[in-house]
Design a protein around this ligand. Structure first.
Ligand code: AMP
Ligand code: MG
Length: 282
């Protein structure tokens, strides 16, 4: 199954998140049936990221957006651990610092985009500026409503500079969120993750869905597509995201760069070095 087709946000159709089933697991009914495939995609991701790094001409930016407890951290842990930390970075977006707030909204995002050869994961992103900012009226509508076009232009700039962009919205149900909040409460190891805002934000669920629907439809472009990932089942979420990333990387035409040296000359150096070493240590 190519989830790039199945979960792509089509900007020409009206998007209703309420119509998308967060429990969807496709042809897989259990974690055990999905896991071998997920592992296969993880291996493919590892091999392709090695090539991306070696090739050094393109990069990958992955944007993760979701409501609280939908699994952004889990995706980073389970999916991206397949990649070599060398060449990979995660950047989280919190409430803007005074310095960030004193700049245009894209400034802090631009500062962290991947360099050639890199994979960067945005844990939240510049999209917060049309999501939380819109839901809580942090800037007037006349300002946030113009940001979609600016985001599309920004992402086009990155794409034209060799950055592939993939954007994932992790879709959970309010019931599943509450389950996960309970797990956090029941497990002292997870208490550090709890915040008051988890509960206050939950009250804005419909407003968030509306803001997400708009953001996803207005900014799902051929160069920077959005995917809505059913995420009530963590193992399915991991499978779908791994497949989309693995196959996107595969389609980027990554290759090892040409050898920079004359291998025959180097072999001669090597044999001379062996001879010298043996001379010293018979
Ligand atoms: P967390 O992802 O749980 O660490 O929380 C980060 C918090 O920062 C979330 O509540 C976000 O909504 C908030 N945040 C991120 N970006 C912005 C922004 N541009 N303006 C206001 N709040 C933001
Ligand atoms: Mg949180």
């Amino acid at each position: 199954m190519d989830y790039r087709e199945k979960f792509l946000v089509d900007p020409t159709k009206k998007l209703l998140l309420g119509d998308i089933d967060p429990n969807h697991t496709g042809e897989h009914t259990t974690k055990d049936s999905a896991e071998p495939l997920t592992n296969q995609y993880r291996e493919q991701m590892e091999a392709e990221q090695f090539l991306l790094y070696a090739d050094g001409r393109q990069s990958l930016l992955v944007v993760l957006q979701a409501l609280d407890a939908a699994g952004k951290d889990g995706v980073i842990r389970h999916v991206f651990s397949a990649m070599n930390p060398q060449g990979t970075r995660v950047h989280g977006f919190k409430q803007p610092t005074p310095e960030e707030a004193a700049h245009d909204f894209l400034w802090r995002a631009h500062a962290h985009v991947p360099a050639d050869g890199e994979v960067v994961i945005f844990n939240r992103s510049h999209y917060e500026d049309v999501l939380v900012v819109r839901v809580h009226d942090l800037v007037p509508e006349s300002i946030w409503s113009q940001r979609y076009d600016k985001i599309n232009e920004f992402e086009r700039l990155l794409t034209e500079n060799g950055t592939k962009i993939l954007k994932f919205f992790l879709h959970i149900s309010p019931e599943e969120q509450l389950e996960r909040f309970k797990k956090r409460l029941d497990d002292p190891q997870r208490h550090w993750k709890i915040s008051e805002s988890d509960y206050s934000e939950r009250k804005f669920w419909p407003q968030y869905l509306e803001a997400y629907q708009d953001a996803l439809s207005k900014t799902s472009t051929p160069h920077a597509p959005w995917y809505i990932i059913p995420a009530n089942y963590k193992w399915f979420r991991n499978l779908a995201i791994s497949q989309i990333i693995a196959d996107t990387l595969k389609g980027m035409g990554l290759e090892l760069p040409p050898t920079r040296v004359n291998i025959d000359d180097i072999k001669a150096h090597y044999h001379a070095a062996v001879k010298a070493a043996n001379g010293k240590n018979p």
